[in-house]
Design a protein around this ligand. Structure first.
Ligand code: GLN
Length: 456
């Protein structure tokens, strides 16, 4: 599968033509919702004419369809935004374009990024790149599949509770969730503002690092962005690596645990020190996430009222009816569920019992991570307790679906950087390993992941 270097120095027009053709040939997977063909072809000609240059000159990529990007609608895979044409582009898309990268399409996702399988898309499920009877994972399922199928060498995703790491694990590609605030959220459809992070998928850690280095940096349009600090950092061996024991229990499939153990053995063979560590608050992370995140979703999605954006219900007589019917028609079941839960936990009378309690628990989890990072450089765990599940297998049971986020949401609540790196297979399906570092230590993760890749 060609990595970024294959595309550099070739004709941008042939790169784009080939990527568009590959996307059309793979349409059965439903990984992409729209191709941005017109703009891509135009930009490729400009790269070939020397009018645009940069570190990614002529390299095609796709964005998850919740990044505002020109040429065709930005739908967030929802009915309510299905005709929404972005007036601006996301900061990170602009940064990649400034380096010559060419967006060729918009990838499928769970509507508004609410989900773990891409089955909540209003425009059909995305199929797993390795076994099309299984889910691609989610919510950034389309972006992961587009890279695994070789349509593009990298793609963008958002990770609020695992939406990059989990589909990376399910499809066998590298997925990066940077430190919260390292990449700008400007121009990306908001889900939960305190954990939304923009990241990427690639075939190798080296490619992913280059993309993140370009995306990273302070943005005056997103006040939570951190000062520029992304700089390659050497992982001086030996590092101290802690395996999170709480995620290696019987609830995790045997095949998944075995791959994590193999990975730790390879780390030891490279001279690193590997020890088991415990994170007792981890068992509460799903519970706190599914209170805090719906609360933020309920607030962020209140702007979709049928007046300012997207779908507007017809023949209504009062404003309440207009809001109500537009939302009724425009949101899918999972988004409605989250809006209801969010408003419930924020309502007076329940705020202390749920929202505030969850935020206190979140602080205790953060304290435990801080404590671990005072002695360890990197923490390691599975990404998901299982390999990709079958399409339709978990759709009737939201609780079962939420369980696939058990190992990723805690990292999001704490704002830490994490990678999902391919680590072999379980019963023929890809399995990833999660590498977690302390805040702003993203470069350390890349360095470790790169050193592990060269070994293979
Ligand atoms: N699967 C998680 C959820 O449904 C994470 C979603 C995300 O990161 N966008 O909330």
């Amino acid at each position: 599968m060609p990595t970024i270097s294959y595309y550099l120095g070739r004709s941008a027009q042939s790169n784009v033509e080939e990527a568009l053709q590959a996307a059309k040939n793979a349409s059965d997977y439903n990984a992409l919702l729209h191709l941005t063909e017109e703009r891509a072809v135009k930009r490729a000609a400009m790269v070939d004419a020397g009018e645009i240059s940069g570190r990614l000159a002529g390299v095609p990529f796709v964005v998850k369809d919740n990044f505002l990007a020109f040429d065709g609608p930005t739908t967030a895979a929802s009915r309510i935004l299905q005709n929404f044409n972005a007036p601006v582009q996301a900061t990170v898309v602009e940064k990649l374009e400034a380096e010559g990268a060419i967006c060729i399409g918009k990838a499928n996702l769970d509507s508004f990024a609410h989900g773990s399988s891409t089955e909540n898309s209003a425009f059909g499920v995305t199929k797993n790149a390795v076994d099309p009877t299984r889910v691609a994972g989610g919510s950034s399922g389309g972006s992961a599949v587009a890279v695994k199928l070789g349509i593009v060498p990298f793609s963008l995703g958002t990770d609020t509770g695992g939406s990059i790491r989990q589909p990376a694990s399910f499809n066998g590609v590298v997925g990066v969730k940077p430190t919260y605030g390292m990449t700008s959220r400007y121009g990306v459809v908001s889900m939960a503002s305190s954990t939304d992070v923009m990241g990427c998928f690639a075939l190798t850690a080296e490619d992913a690092e280059l993309v993140i280095e370009i995306m990273a940096g302070q943005d005056s349009r997103d006040m939570t962005t951190l000062p520029d600090y992304f700089a390659p950092e050497a992982a001086n061996a030996p590092m101290k690596i802690g395996v999170i024991r709480d995620f290696m229990t019987e609830g995790t499939d045997e095949g998944v645990r075995a791959r994590v153990v193999d990975y730790t053995k390879q780390l030891e063979a490279k001279g690193h020190i590997v020890e088991e560590v415990s994170l007792p608050m981890a068992k509460y992370s799903l519970a706190m996430y599914y209170i805090v995140v719906p609360a933020e979703i309920a607030s962020n999605l209140a702007r979709y009222d049928g007046v300012r954006y997207g779908v507007r219900a017809e023949s209504t007589t009062t404003i309440e009816e207009l809001y109500g019917k537009s939302r009724e028609q425009g949101f899918g079941a999972e988004s409605k569920r989250r809006i209801l839960i969010g408003n419930y936990v924020l309502s007076s009378g329940f705020f202390d019992a749920y929202y505030q309690k969850a935020q206190k628990a979140r602080q205790l989890l953060i304290n435990e991570f801080n404590e671990l990072f005072s002695s360890y450089d990197i923490l390691i765990s599975p990404v998901v307790p299982t390999a990709a599940f079958g399409i339709g297998e978990n759709t009737d049971d939201p609780m079962k679906m939420y369980l696939s986020d058990a190992m990723t949401v805690g990292v999001s609540m704490a704002g830490l950087p994490a990678l999902s790196v391919p680590a072999g297979e379980s019963n023929g399906m890809p399995v990833g390993v999660q590498l977690i570092a302390n805040a702003q230590k993203d470069a350390l993760l890349f360095d470790l992941a790169k050193s592990m890749e060269t070994k293979q």
